[in-house]
Ligand binder design. Structure first.
Ligand SMILES: O=C(O)CCC(=O)C(=O)O
Length: 276
């Protein structure tokens, strides 16, 4: 089997992209974002962090902080605070692929998380892990319950710690031991490229061995709507703020229902957005 991550250029071949993500576990979408989008996003993140120094405190004490280490800065709940984030989340090729690949197990999907990560020089190589560990009681299967996106806001190189993935390592039981590192390949990417992978695929952030090259990541996830999200979307973006967003983003944040899950006063959660 080919060990490099399948790579797609525009116009993306949807059927081949879906098959790569579902069957091999991962794919790279070249130029998913334009360089201008990346620059705008990064300048807004910088401005937000400068104006809100308490964010660094949250990040340092975050539940995920220990795993990411103190050489990683993070900013969570991007949709509520970064003006460029709504359009970045709604990148139609990524959301479209997520809807199609998750459709065997759910009619609607949710945004699991939307965060910024900066993995600084000295960042260690993470353990190989799956992003499904919080849902470890969901039986493994052919179809994924969630997908993860790591989008490169600057180049991802071998030296600055481009994400490692183990193709074909998905679908095992939640207790499956991590594969051997010799099976892993690094997804080097240019600024604007996006790595899309099954959340049950083994992967890890790489070691940043550079002197000054901070690896900047826009990360998000999509999931079946009957599992609890990592970020609480309706607290991160409360009704008064969510009312102004596009309906698709409202849906992804959780102003939506899957059958009888997520109801508000017995009805559609978008009713919470009226008269706010
Ligand atoms: O840094 C990366 O590329 C991957 C990060 C990751 O998998 C994580 O923080 O859980």
């Amino acid at each position: 089997m080919e060990k490099t991550v399948p790579r797609f250029t525009r116009p993306y071949d949807e059927a081949a992209l879906d098959a790569a993500v579902r069957d091999r576990g991962a794919a790279v979408l070249s130029a998913a974002y334009s360089p201008e989008q990346c620059d705008t996003f990064l300048s807004q993140v910088r401005a937000h962090l400068a104006e809100n120094p308490e964010e660094a405190e949250y990040a340092a004490n975050s539940v995920l902080g220990g795993f990411q280490g103190d050489t990683t800065s993070t900013l969570h709940g991007l949709v509520g605070v970064i003006p460029a984030a709504p359009d970045m989340v709604l990148q139609k090729d990524l959301v479209g692929c997520a809807r199609r690949v998750l459709s065997p197990l759910s009619d609607t999907i949710l945004l699991t998380i939307a965060e910024y990560m900066a993995r600084e020089p000295g960042a260690f190589r993470q353990e190989l892990h799956c992003d499904t560990f919080s849902w470890r009681h969901v039986p493994a299967g052919e179809n994924p319950v969630a997908l993860t996106v790591m989008a490169a806001m600057g180049d991802f190189t071998a030296a600055n710690g481009a994400t490692w993935v183990v193709l074909d390592s998905h679908g095992g039981p939640p207790t499956a031991p991590a594969p051997d590192w010799s099976e892993a390949v690094q997804a080097e990417m240019s600024k604007g490229d996006a790595l899309l992978f099954r959340a049950d695929l083994f992967h890890a952030g790489g070691e940043n061995t550079t002197e000054s090259d901070v690896r900047q990541i826009f990360s998000m996830g999509f999931q079946v709507a009957w599992l609890r999200q990592v970020e609480n979307g309706t607290l991160s973006v409360p009704p008064a703020q969510a009312a102004a967003l596009q309906p698709e983003l409202q849906e992804l944040l959780g102003y939506s229902n899957e059958l009888v899950l997520g109801l508000y006063k017995g009805g559609h959660p978008r009713n919470a957005l009226k008269n706010v």
